[in-house]
Ligand binder design. Structure first.
Ligand code: PMP
Length: 353
């Protein structure tokens, strides 16, 4: 058969999502989803009226949810861009603000999609090595004259950059976009949203997938200067103005009303993270100081691949990245207290302790 795929995509390496096997019931600690259901407020949202209205297109302006996000984050409607998950928001950012062949800089160990989007949009990848302790050296990002994308907290390390450092990075690259991906910020990071009011090249990206237990609804957003948001809107309207469906829009609004519930679940996750980390340290694991809803760990006696496969054979899924420098590690999403107890018990068994 002839090749139909455009030449420019032949070498593209697609993103590989964490596995979702269906052969049995696993304890799923591999894709940083929340172990808790969404807030009770959401359960009443999908009613006959909403379902009946599915015959209509969703609101292309996503106005009510954008207003609610703006209120929550003390910005204006014009500062909020909504997408079908923050993956789509990031895709629009890479598409909008980098010309073909231009450099985009991000840490060499970070969220896999940055590299995929760079390739997809024909950009030149500047993968900046993390320090030996996996932290980001902010001085590596000064005066780069390139678009910068940084996850804060970073994934899969869970380590944070201070807001002072982010501000310095934004200031030193005034002619380029600095995008801060805050997918995990609610689990112990500090948000840069306030800084977007001072720095018109700074964009902050967040998601409803993690702390709001809505990964399946696909809701993500960016906050930044209204001119940047208008640029993103131009591309969204040129791609799919109905990118966020009516059910997810309604769920997003309800989720913002469930603040009290989510605050409690976030505290539960942080408490479980800290307890599990302590327990793993006592088993001889080395861990980063993760501020995400996950742990990043290695053990001197067990390689990453072995940890991953032995846990899998016990019905527990974690994430292993076959990548230099982090090959020894696994990333373990924080589950319920009970799920983590089972996981810790499995680790003890593997270590015969
Ligand atoms: N950024 C980071 C750092 C992530 O880990 C993820 C989720 N895997 C995302 C963005 C995308 O999340 P979503 O598309 O579900 O909003």
């Amino acid at each position: 058969m002839s090749r139909f795929l455009s030449e420019r995509f032949c070498e593209l390496c697609a993103y590989v999502p964490g596995e979702q096997p269906k052969d049995m019931e696993y304890i799923k600690l591999n894709t940083n989803e929340s172990p808790y259901p969404p807030a009770p407020e959401l359960m009443k949202t999908i009613d006959e009226k909403l379902l009946g209205n599915l015959r209509l297109y969703s609101d292309p302006e996503c106005k009510r949810l954008r207003e609610a996000i703006a209120r929550e984050n003390k910005v204006n409607l014009e500062n909020v861009f909504l997408g079908n998950g923050s993956d789509e928001v990031l895709s629009f950012i890479f598409m909008a603000f980098c010309d073909k062949g231009e450099r985009v800089s991000y840490p060499d160990i970070s969220y896999g999609f940055y590299s995929v989007y760079s390739e997809l949009y024909g950009l030149s990848k500047n993968e900046v090595p993390l320090k030996d302790d996996f932290s980001i050296d902010p001085s590596d990002y000064m005066n780069l004259n390139s678009t910068v994308v940084i996850a804060n907290p970073n994934a899969p390390t869970g380590l944070c950059l201070s807001l002072e450092d982010i501000e310095k990075i934004a200031k030193s690259n005034p002619d380029n976009i600095v995008a801060i991906d805050e997918a995990y910020v609610d689990f112990g990071g500090k948000s840069s949203i306030e800084l977007t009011k001072k720095h018109d090249n700074l964009l902050v990206v967040q998601t409803f997938s993690k702390s709001r237990s809505l990964a399946g609804a696909r809701l993500g957003f960016a906050i930044g200067n209204e001119k940047l948001i208008a640029d993103l809107e131009k591309l969204r309207y040129s791609t799919n103005p109905f990118n966020v469906n009516s059910i997810s829009l309604a769920l997003g609004i309800a989720a913002l009303e469930g603040r009290e519930y989510y605050d409690k679940r976030i505290q539960d996750i942080i408490r479980t993270r800290e307890g599990s980390a302590q327990e793993m340290k006592s088993m001889g694991f080395e861990l980063t100081d993760s501020r995400g809803n996950f742990l990043f760990a290695r053990h001197p006696k067990l390689g990453g691949e072995r940890l991953y496969s032995e846990l899998r054979s016990r019905g527990i899924l974690v994430r292993h990245f076959k990548k230099p420098r982090i090959d020894d590690y696994v990333r373990i999403t924080i589950g319920t207290e009970r799920q983590m107890e089972t996981m810790l018990y499995a680790l003890k068994e593997m270590l015969s302790i």
